[in-house]
Design a protein around this ligand. Structure first.
Ligand SMILES: Nc1ncnc2c1ncn2[C@@H]1O[C@H](COP(=O)(O)OP(=O)(O)OP(=O)(O)O)[C@@H](O)[C@H]1O
Ligand SMILES: [Mg+2]
Length: 314
């Protein structure tokens, strides 16, 4: 039985459809990566799943229970790390944890033991008497995560927890997620960094424009696009003429641009590398060429014709 199941979920904000018939299952014990560009609907999905907001239609089950009917019971076993850091600025780290643990009914020795354990996990036990205002962004984020963990949730949902923080805190957060998962916590991890999804998730669901457009293990998703060849070019003088000439080449199925880099996708056995390089040399002053192993970025590109970054901007 999955730990959570979302069926045919629709959520609108006024006229805008933010979740367009979304289906999703999260298996007990996995780290599911929820990958999608800005505005894809990740946070909306998480807010619906956790009952922070209601949905227009569809069905949500968590821990095998109907979410609408058993929300309070479900919430007790859930941990939610929201996209924006939410901690009390006028309470010390320890007091914040006392507050959040108290909400979940923890008291006395049990609460203190959980606080100690959680502070150690996120690497803040030496800083427990300080106010969050004295913390770096990364430390504040780690406190925020500790607040979502203090009651020992069976299912932890993290919404882009590493955005805008220092590399050390980022590393710490990813390691914490892996540790918790090894100890049995199921994790839903939303991100728009495909490297993160690829490195942490056992399975990935890709969202774009309010829909789930693909799901599977990283390996499965990558295999699904492996029949295509991808060449990355970096040129000195990027122009639209390069795109036009590349698109006109035999075998080329798509050309995407990112600044002065072009990603050229060709069909199976196109055998057109010479032609691609000639265009790049003639039109743009070729600086470098790579032909990489496909990544989740390629999966997204192949499904949408856009890169994750383009999708976020558009
Ligand atoms: N409260 C709201 N009212 C109106 N529109 C909203 C609201 N919240 C989100 N949206 C819109 O719904 C769409 C999905 O937003 P959502 O925040 O779920 O995306 P996201 O994948 O979490 O993006 P990000 O990576 O930027 O956090 C966006 O177009 C957004 O502008
Ligand atoms: Mg979001």
């Amino acid at each position: 039985m999955p730990i959570a199941r979302v069926q045919d979920l629709v959520k609108r904000y006024g006229d805008q459809v933010a979740l367009d018939h979304v289906d999703l299952e999260i298996a007990e014990g996995e780290i599911l990566g929820l990958l999608g560009p800005n505005g894809a609907g990740k946070t909306t999905l998480i807010h619906c799943l956790t009952g922070v907001i209601g949905h227009d239609s569809g069905h949500i089950e968590v821990f095998g229970q109907d979410q609408r009917q058993n929300l309070n019971e479900i919430k007790r076993k859930l941990g939610l790390v929201t996209q924006e850091v939410t901690v009390f600025e006028d309470l010390t780290a320890r007091e914040n944890l006392q507050f959040f643990g108290g909400i979940y009914g923890l008291r006395g020795g049990e609460l203190n033991a959980r606080i100690q354990e959680t502070l150690e996990l996120v690497g803040l036990s030496e800083h427990d008497k300080k106010l969050p205002g004295t913390y770096s962004g990364g430390m504040k984020r780690r406190l925020n995560i500790a607040c979502a963990l203090v009651h020992g949730p069976r299912f932890l949902i993290m919404d882009e927890p590493t955005v805008g923080i220092d590399p050390q805190s980022r590393y710490n957060i990813l390691e914490n997620a892996r540790t918790l998962n090894r100890q049995g916590t199921t994790i839903l991890y939303a991100t728009h960094y495909m490297e993160e999804a690829q490195s942490i998730a056992s399975r990935v669901v890709i969202m774009d424009r309010a829909q789930v457009i693909a799901q599977g293990t990283v390996e499965e998703l990558i295999k699904s696009v492996q029949s295509e060849e991808r060449t990355r070019l970096e040129v000195a003088n990027p122009s639209d003429a390069i795109i036009e000439r590349l698109q006109a080449l035999d075998g080329v199925t798509a050309v995407a641009r990112e600044g002065n880099r072009f990603i050229v996708t060709s069909g199976v056995g196109a055998n057109n590398l010479d032609n691609i390089l000639n265009v790049a040399r003639e039109e743009g002053g070729l600086l470098s060429v790579t032909s990489e192993q496909p990544t989740l970025e390629d999966v997204f590109l192949s499904l949408t014709g856009r890169t994750l970054r383009d999708a976020a901007e558009g």
